[in-house]
Design a protein around this ligand. Structure first.
Ligand code: BGC
Length: 761
């Protein structure tokens, strides 16, 4: 399709209309020119295709509800995520959907975020890997995706209006990299902007984010779509890089665009560029015919496999896997009414649902199963339900408690108020554990819950997440050991809410939420502050054990642009087959700016038979060592030593190799008139030019303020301090001001002269 000639044939009215949807889920077709419509649907972990895309409907066509992103990320299995993407694409093709609205790559800034279940991780590297692989899976089959919500959409409180106040370095290092990786490695057909403002400007009209960073810097080729209802000023949004407004129709907005072009306040070339981006995707979608059916059973099986891979065994005193138990008390209403997805736009109408109780029964050939609901669907306190459960648990050999965080506590649209289960659920767990030492808790929730009140009293805890429609079977697989659990946490489980990084700045007010914790979210915070947590990032148990040995690096000293590869031997030292997730964190020994203690920069999931050893190799590139320097306005590396920490979790580091990086960057000189003496001396050019003067200054300071032994420190009768240390953090001009009478020129002129020299003028 020759898009440029098509644009040339379009009227201004047609172009303006194309930049807004025709309905909740479609682009505006242009019949005169045979420009077809394109259909989009949510997303992200299933296809929510309404029967008639031109009408608003609450119920969608049946589709597979896969586990939500918290569970997906806990698999750490990029091949499996790609497979999930392929399955989603197959369903889109069968259900006539051109673009799936997902995945979500926002960071889990606080465990209270209402939509955390739809997001992957607190770590941008892991989230980026997941998003890129999911997108490649979907798009490899000719169906588009929408990477969302760009960006700093980390809470539901005032999500349509609040301004996320994030400093530039934090944006670059925490809130952008998952998007960046996904764009660079997978080129999603569309990117969806966030509702909120970022540093005072709506994400829907954010020239820096949309035009400069996403399109120009990262080379995003697709179209930017608004989140549904995120556009306030259509013309400003077009100028800011927002191509397609959703939902439609929006006659008034279309007229505004036409008027703006006619009055000259909007350059028609800006409109044409958005039209070009939209048409490119509309025609790309045409290349994949939407026909046929998808394999309901195969996808249900895949959903089960993913759920089992993503579940995380948090605690196990040996009760799991379940032996040939005689009598199992199954307690908790989510054993009968599976809680497998979250509320809101991602809600899927499942093709079928595996009932956890029945699935358990199917695998418990020699066991007798009894059931009590244990807690009500609402928030009421029902002691008689607890009593019933206790009686059941007492009579059994083991009790399995299915505890699901209710929707009124966790959903899109509102944040969580706390990390707690319901009062009834906590009381139930405690009461059952008191009479039954072999109590296993199975959790269904999208984000961490507090466990301090009860975890010591129970024998095992399985984090089952929002596990998708087949999750009931996956729980049984893991409990009975048909599947050896291998999921690991993609987010920290804190001990309590007050420990969480964003606690003091959450959820904001008066129109702003300040990201005061900066770079330090998730394990970056707990780690750097050496704080204890309930379960660390990257943690998860197995029914076997693994040993790490023989760490190697491809080079002890390497250039940043070459990167370095680290390898380690992993051995399954237990008696059953299992999978281990090897994580590589990078610790910068000395950095010019403050950095988190360590950061995840690579991982691999490896399957091992009992006794088997495999060598796992992980390549680390420039970005694994770099940080974003706001003054250079770029990612920089610095010469020096880095520790490569190879671990089974963020707090379980098994091996450590130190490497030396040689930076190849030729950074511009950023000294200016406010640069301090220390900064002058740290810069190679600054040191060369100002160095001799510094030596002289130091000698004079010693004479004037130092002791008799020529120390820099003053003695009695002197000033009693290291004067040079104080001078070091003063701008050069300020120090010179103290000496101005002795200087040949005015201090400001002297500094200007030195600056001219360092900048090569
Ligand atoms: C959500 C998006 C979703 C869109 C369409 C919005 O409210 O934030 O994630 O894709 O609705 O349903």
């Amino acid at each position: 399709m020759d898009i440029q000639s098509l644009i040339a044939q379009m009227t201004l009215e047609e172009k303006a209309a194309l930049c807004t949807g025709a309905s909740n889920w479609t682009t505006t077709p242009v019949e005169r020119l045979n420009i077809p419509e394109m259909v989009v649907s949510d997303g992200p972990h299933g296809v929510r295709r309404v029967p008639n895309v031109h009408e608003v409907a609450a119920t969608s066509l049946p589709a597979t509800c896969f586990p939500t992103a918290s569970c997906l990320a806990s698999t750490w299995d990029v091949a499996l995520i790609r497979q999930l993407g392929e399955a989603l694409a197959e369903e889109c093709i069968a259900l006539n959907v051109d673009v799936l609205l997902g995945p979500g790559a926002n960071m889990k800034r606080s465990p209270l975020g209402g939509r955390n279940f739809e997001y992957f991780s607190e770590d941008p590297y892991l989230a980026g890997e997941m998003a890129a692989n999911m997108i490649n899976g979907v798009q490899g089959k000719g169906v588009g995706t929408s990477l969302k919500h760009f960006t700093a959409n980390n809470q539901e409180f005032q999500r349509f209006s609040i301004s996320a106040e994030v400093d530039e370095r934090t944006l670059r290092e925490i809130y952008l990299p998952a998007f960046e990786k996904a764009v660079k490695e997978a080129q999603p057909w569309t990117v969806m902007c966030a509702y909120n403002k970022v540093n005072g400007t709506f994400a829907s009209q954010h020239d820096t984010l949309l035009n400069k960073i996403l399109k120009e810097e990262w080379g995003f080729e697709g179209l930017v779509v608004s989140d549904w209802g995120a556009v306030r000023d259509r013309v400003a949004a077009l100028q800011g890089g927002l191509d397609w407004e959703m939902p439609g129709p929006q006659d008034r907005r279309v007229k505004e665009v036409i008027a703006a072009v006619q009055s000259g306040s909007l350059d028609e070339a800006v409109l044409d560029e958005s039209v070009r981006r939209i048409l490119r995707i509309v025609y790309k979608a045409q290349e994949t015919p939407k026909t046929g059916e998808f394999d309901v059973d195969a996808h249900h099986e895949l959903a089960r496999q993913i759920a089992a891979e993503g579940m995380v065994l948090l605690k196990n005193n040996g009760v799991l896997p379940l032996k040939d138990q005689q009598h199992i008390a199954v307690i908790g209403r989510s054993a009968e009414q599976a809680h497998f997805q979250g509320g809101g736009s991602s809600h899927i109408n499942p093709t079928k649902v595996a009932v956890p109780f029945k699935e358990l029964q199917a695998q418990a050939s020699n066991a007798e199963l009894t059931y009590a609901a244990g807690y009500p669907a609402d928030n009421s306190f029902r002691p008689e339900m607890i009593d019933e459960a206790v009686t059941l648990a007492q009579a059994a050999d083991v009790a399995i408690l299915y505890i699901a965080l209710p929707t009124f506590k966790e959903s899109e649209g509102y944040d969580r108020a706390d990390l707690d289960l319901t009062e009834q659920q906590v009381a139930l767990i405690k009461a059952v554990a008191k009479v039954q030492p072999q109590t296993v808790v199975v959790l269904n929730n999208g984000a961490p819950v507090a466990m301090g009140d009860w975890i010591d009293g129970v024998a095992a805890v399985l984090e089952g997440w929002m596990m998708g429609q087949a999750g009931g079977g996956a729980i049984a697989d893991v409990l009975f050991g048909r599947v050896n659990p291998s999921g690991k946490l993609a987010e920290t489980f804190p001990l309590k809410l007050a420990d969480t990084p964003a606690y003091l700045n959450w959820p904001g007010g008066a129109g702003v939420v300040r990201y005061g914790e900066g770079l330090f979210i998730g394990y970056r915070y707990y780690d750097t502050k050496e704080m204890p947590v309930q379960f660390p990032f990257g943690y998860g148990l197995s029914y076997t054990s693994f040993e790490y040995s023989n760490p190697q690096v491809s080079a002890a000293t390497f250039k940043d642009v070459d990167g370095v590869t680290v390898s380690v031997d992993v051995t399954n030292t237990g008696s059953v087959a299992g999978k281990e997730i090897v994580q590589v964190y990078v610790h910068d020994q000395v950095a010019g700016l403050v950095r988190p203690f360590k950061e995840l920069k690579g991982f691999a999931k490896v399957a091992l038979e009992p006794g088997e050893t495999k060598t796992v190799s992980i390549a680390l590139d420039f970005r694994a060592f770099a940080y974003y320097h706001p003054e250079y306005a770029q990612w920089i590396t610095e010469d020096g030593a880095f520790d490569l920490l190879i671990g089974a979790s963020a707090t379980d580091i098994r091996q450590n190799v130190t490497v030396n990086l040689e930076s190849t960057l030729d950074l511009p000189c950023i000294l200016d008139k406010e640069s301090t003496i220390r900064e002058w001396m740290a810069d190679p050019r600054g040191r060369a030019i100002f160095g001799p003067q510094y030596t002289q200054m130091e000698a004079e300071a010693r004479k004037a303020f130092g002791g008799e032994d020529n120390e820099r420190y003053g003695t009695d009768g002197s000033i009693g301090m290291d004067i040079m240390e104080m001078f070091s953090d003063m701008p050069l001009v300020s120090v010179l001001m103290f000496q101005k009478d002795a200087l040949p020129a005015h201090p400001e002129d002297m500094v200007a002269g030195l600056l001219a020299q360092v900048h090569g003028q």
